[in-house]
Design a binder for this molecule. Structure first.
Ligand code: ADP
Length: 326
């Protein structure tokens, strides 16, 4: 966020506060004046009433009641106005905070996406340059080519996530087909186990009916959740994945023993570009799009996603998907 934009934002905010304070003071002043005027007029009217007149008591009563009504009206209107002003102030403040948060997240996104795009490109370039310049042993060549392929698939994953994020942001048309979730998970875990031999992936499947689901969507959910479990893991490199079938819902859980997500952050991590911490202090790379995409896909299939705290540490992502999700 540029300094000029930030300054403009702050001055706009203070200007709106100043207008509101001026309105509150003006209203207070006019209320006091009106109150005095109504009281004066009551006193004058009551002083000219003739006490010897037989209808004096009734006339006096009417006058007193009318005076009461006027006072209530002035106080009532004052209160309503103060409430409306307060609400206005609250809404301005909330909109301002939201705008600041979005601008901050966008800045973080740009910083991270630049890094995420640059580093695999640099990795691939370096591998090719080394292959070109140096005469290497066959196994060294294979190592370098493997590294370049890895960087390439990282880039591919990132671009796919960006495309998917754009797709789910607008109308997300799911193309449903019958999916056997356990089989898909097994296939995905196999590729992860091969790529991350230091991790232990435990899968506990329950018998499930086939579910009508968007194929690209189901792959994206599982990949994003497992990727996060790996990225945010600590020394205990264990990831537990399980499926269950409960009350016409398929339940999928991905649990890790990693850094966990503080409770007050849990509702935010599904927002677009949102990442816990700031780009300057964060060590794991990312764009803040993964969980946003996952949540959109889950919702498009009428499911829900929850975060639970794992014990003794880490996070559990739990997804419930109704099998009748048409
Ligand atoms: P990112 O590309 O940053 O991983 P995500 O949308 O996938 O984006 O996740 C949003 C944020 O939620 C992450 O930046 C991270 O702070 C937090 N997060 C997601 N998954 C986990 C996890 N398994 N453990 C700890 N923190 C997580």
């Amino acid at each position: 966020m540029s300094k000029k934009y930030h300054f403009l934002n702050i001055s706009r905010r203070w200007l709106s506060y100043a207008v509101m304070v001026y309105m509150a003071l003006a209203l207070g002043w006019w209320t006091i004046l009106l109150y005095q005027k109504v009281s004066d007029s009551y006193e004058i009217k009551s002083s000219i009433l003739d006490a010897s007149d037989p209808s004096y008591a009734i006339a006096y009563d009417q006058l007193a009641q009318e005076h009461q009504r006027e006072l209530f009206m002035i106080i009532g209107e004052g209160i309503v106005f103060v409430i409306i002003l307060g609400l206005g102030l609250y809404l301005i403040n909330r909109a301002y905070r939201k705008e600041i948060a979005i601008a901050y997240q966008k800045r973080n996104f740009l910083l991270s996406i630049t890094h995420e795009l640059k580093s695999p490109l640099a990795g691939v370039k370096l591998a090719f340059e080394t292959l070109k310049k140096h005469k290497l042993e066959k196994n060294q060549e294979i190592e370098l080519i493997d590294a370049a392929i890895d960087e390439n698939s990282r880039l591919n994953k990132l671009v796919n996530n960006l495309l998917l994020a754009a797709k789910v942001e607008n109308e997300y048309f799911v193309e449903k087909e019958l999916i056997h979730l356990n089989a898909v998970i097994e296939e995905i875990i196999e590729t992860y186990q091969f790529k991350y031999p230091e991790f232990k992936f435990e899968f506990s499947p329950s018998e499930l009916p086939a579910i009508l689901f968007d194929r690209e969507g189901v792959y994206s959910i599982i990949h994003n959740l497992i990727d996060n479990s790996i990225k945010y893991s600590l020394d205990k490199k264990e990831i537990q994945i399980s499926t269950q079938f409960h009350n016409h819902n398929i339940e999928l859980q991905v649990a890790d023993q990693g850094i966990g997500i503080p409770e007050h952050e849990q509702k935010h991590v599904f927002e677009q570009f949102y990442r816990v911490g700031s780009e300057d202090t964060r060590s794991a790379s990312g764009t803040g799009l993964g969980l946003y995409i996952v949540q959109k896909i889950v919702k498009a299939h009428r499911g829900i996603i929850q975060i639970l705290n794992n014990k003794p540490k880490g996070s559990i992502f739990k997804i419930k998907l109704p099998i009748a999700n048409e």
